[in-house]
Design a protein around this ligand. Structure first.
Ligand SMILES: Nc1ncnc2c1ncn2[C@@H]1O[C@H](COP(=O)(O)OP(=O)(O)OP(=O)(O)O)[C@@H](O)[C@H]1O
Ligand SMILES: [Mg+2]
Length: 237
């Protein structure tokens, strides 16, 4: 039984055919990485899955049901949570209020929010320390943690992560990938978009390589890591 499935997806920006027949699948409990260069269409693919962009053709199913007719907020309630590129936390409100808004988007109860928030504070103790602080005063790495925390507040069945390591110092990059590894251990299903292909394939079970709107390779993370073309183009070895 397939969990999240994208079939023959086509997305346009005006006349620009950005996604040209992409098919991919994420099974329950898997971490799947989508790697590709700038402009390959990684963000566009995630936006289409989360309902933030209209699609021209194709099918997206979740738990075997088409979600194409569901608006973005409905898809969040179905269990699809996106952590956007560039984090996009609400800078003028506190860390805790940012997390609470994650809960609001799925109509969760106060009790459910409390349980989830405690888990997130365990995962990211720095967010607990700074819970009363305005989110805009956090460092980039801390904002990434907050963005992930906000998505986790929706108790997602699948987490879509768009370039979580972008622009972060090595220490924070490690922290973010350690967290992804922890979430994986916890059986969280993740579709991870990354330019840092080394790390992305390290943590993933499987991967897809996207080039100018098309999947050009797919396979186990192991097989992609040892693929000569992938090595030359994305792994810098
Ligand atoms: N709002 C837009 N209007 C027009 N073209 C767009 C728009 N957003 C993206 N594109 C184009 O669609 C293609 C795919 O962009 P997308 O942002 O999905 O790439 P990406 O793989 O996420 O790149 P990056 O690694 O830089 O984030 C690119 O050619 C881009 O220029
Ligand atoms: Mg992008």
């Amino acid at each position: 039984m397939s969990f999240l499935k994208v079939e023959d997806l086509n997305v346009y920006y005006g006349n620009i055919h950005a996604i040209k027949g992409v098919s991919l699948e994420v099974n329950k409990g898997e971490v799947v990485s989508l790697i590709g260069a700038n402009g390959a269409g990684k963000t566009t693919t995630l936006q289409a899955i989360s309902g933030l962009l209209p699609i021209k053709a194709g099918e997206i199913t979740f738990n075997n049901n088409s979600i194409l007719k569901q608006k973005a907020f409905k898809r969040t309630r179905l269990g699809i949570a996106q952590v956007p590129e560039g984090r996009r936390v609400f800078k003028g409100i506190s860390v805790e209020d940012n997390l609470t808004l994650g809960g609001v988007s799925v109509n969760s109860t106060k009790e459910e929010d409390k349980i989830e928030m405690d888990k997130i504070y365990q995962l990211f103790p720095v967010l607990k320390e700074r819970r009363k602080q305005e989110a805009g005063t956090l460092s980039g790495g801390e904002q990434q943690m907050l963005a992930m925390g906000r998505a986790l507040m929706t108790r997602p069945q699948v987490l879509l992560l768009d370039e979580p390591s972008m622009g972060l110092s090595p220490l924070f990059v490690d922290k973010i990938f350690d967290t992804i590894a922890l979430l994986k251990k916890d059986k969280t299903t993740i579709l991870l978009v990354e330019q840092n292909a080394n790390l992305a394939l390290e943590v993933a079970d499987r991967g897809y390589v996207l080039e100018t709107g098309r999947i050009v390779k797919e396979g186990s993370a192991e097989s992609l890591k040892s693929d000569p073309d992938v090595k030359a183009a994305y792994l810098g070895i």
